[in-house]
Design a binder for this molecule. Structure first.
Ligand SMILES: *Cc1c(COP(=O)(O)O)cnc(C)c1O
Length: 462
């Protein structure tokens, strides 16, 4: 598989280089040149297969010829051995024809483990072969950080620097990062919000000299391999509910647009998906752009679903690539507008195309809380606030009750215990492997919202 940049001015790369590079050198994101296609018979053959076997079939075309099928099989087995459920991502039923896909059974209790556990082993495989080492720098609104740290801690192939907005991630989220004391892990609490952190990381990537100096690499959701790993669970869950002979719909709590974009990829690869619902909290830039075409960056407003408290949604650029039929010039023009004026507009055929692919809706804080409460009262199940945003959006936007509606559950309720306890009276317990999280010592440094300070911190710690 060959990959091209959404902005059309970076070299075409194979899978290994795309994995290690993260952001393309022209500032764009890598996307596959053409998508593998799965026929109805191919998809039917997934019935009864375990998650790992479907993963192998779905991902092999994306990694070949750089990684052999045998090597990939081994990587997949290792990656998902850390999950606490043998189904890896089990489905539970929440109402007549409503389902919840539990993506939080990995080590850090959020869906990001599904991709990042795999990425850790992919990095190890490639870098060990090449005898190289990389520096990973990332920004987190809470969940990426711990999942990324968990995937590279104690590995000889990587040094990781993770920026989080000081005071804006939950205690559980912070401790999941800062209690990892491995010498190759560096946590930084930045004076600013998540978008500030993300902008600093982007700026590092755009500083090509520094980028080469430290062999910079990314594991945030701009990395194509994360999207690739997330495509798998759309296939497994749809097949479990009757695909390809029955279509299914998805509601996806969305921030950086990586998870829902993976759903769109699955659809383009042949999976019969009826609705793809983009569910946002009151930071609704995605709902706005997908309904009116207006992508104007506003101020981040903190909510009880903090992993979606963002205004700049990195993977949206990949959708622009699809909407403009791969014309890099158009994507570049819009992204330049965004840098210059904090805004761009899509209209005409592109906006209509986007509306045909996605439904989008914003869910209020009150509705999020009411949904946590209602699901608990109706089923006894505790869901986290991000999941609740998706469940509510599914309820509001579902146009076809006969089609199974799957809400992606992106975090374990114990990751956001206060919000859950407030409305249900139940304190969600941390799983056994994390029960002593609040007794473990923490290690992190404070950093100003300043690019030079970040650079010298990294230089000083390599
Ligand atoms: C990251 C995250 C999201 C948003 O996913 P995107 O791929 O960035 O859209 C939603 N819920 C939780 C719990 C997350 O950690």
């Amino acid at each position: 598989m060959k990959y091209i940049s959404t902005r059309g001015q970076a070299p075409e790369l194979g899978f290994n280089d795309v994995l290690l590079t993260g952001l393309a050198r022209d500032g764009g994101l890598y996307v596959p040149l053409d998508l593998p296609q799965f026929s109805a018979d191919d998809i039917r053959a997934f019935r009864g297969m375990c998650y790992q076997d479907v993963a192998l079939r779905v991902m092999t075309p994306f990694v070949c010829p750089d990684i052999s099928e045998d090597d990939l099989a081994e990587i997949i087995t290792k990656a998902y051995s850390t999950f606490r459920h043998t189904a890896i991502v089990p489905l539970s039923q929440s109402d007549s024809n409503r389902w919840i896909l539990e993506l939080f059974h990995g080590p850090t209790l959020a869906f990001k483990d599904v991709a990042l556990q795999l990425l850790g082993h992919l990095f190890d495989h490639i870098l060990t072969k090449q005898g190289r080492k990389v520096t990973i720098v990332g920004a987190t609104s809470g969940d990426t950080g711990s999942a990324a740290i968990e995937c590279v801690k104690d590995r000889a192939c990587a040094e990781i620097f993770m920026l989080h907005p000081k005071g804006r991630v939950s205690d559980v989220q912070r401790r999941q990062m800062t209690t990892v004391l491995s010498p190759n892990v560096h946590n930084l609490a930045v004076d600013g919000n998540f978008d500030d952190c993300q902008a600093m990381v982007k700026a590092l990537f755009n500083d090509l000299a520094f980028r080469d100096e430290i062999t910079l690499s990314a594991v945030n959701s701009i990395n194509w391999a994360r999207v690739m790993a997330q495509i798998v669970y759309y296939f497994t869950s749809a097949v479990a509910l009757g695909a390809p002979d029955r279509a299914v719909s998805y509601s996806v709590p969305t921030g950086n647009f990586g998870d829902i974009y993976a759903g769109y990829m699955a659809q383009k690869m042949g999976l019969p998906i009826r609705q793809l619902i983009v569910a946002t909290n009151r930071n609704d830039i995605l709902t706005r752009v997908l309904t009116s075409g207006d992508y104007t960056v506003g101020n981040v407003s903190p909510t009880i679903s903090p992993s979606m408290d963002i205004q700049v949604s990195s993977n949206f650029e990949r959708l622009l690539h699809n909407l403009y039929d791969g014309q890099g010039d158009n994507v570049r023009r819009l992204m330049d507008d965004l840098t210059r004026s904090g805004s761009f507009t899509i209209d005409g055929p592109e906006l209509n195309k986007a509306k045909q692919i996605f439904d989008a809706i914003q869910v209020s804080e009150g509705d999020t809380e009411a949904t946590i409460k209602a699901v608990f009262e109706q089923t006894g199940q505790l869901i986290d606030p991000h999941t609740a945003v998706g469940v509510k959006a599914a309820e509001l936007k579902n146009t076809e009750p006969a089609t199974p509606m799957i809400s992606l559950s992106t975090a374990h309720p114990a990751k956001f215990p206060d919000a859950v306890e407030k409305v249900t009276g139940q304190h969600p317990a941390l799983p056994a492997h994390m029960a002593d999280l609040f007794e473990r010592p923490e290690k992190y440094d404070l950093l100003d919202h300043d690019l030079d300070a970040l650079k010298s911190y990294i230089r000083g710690n390599l």
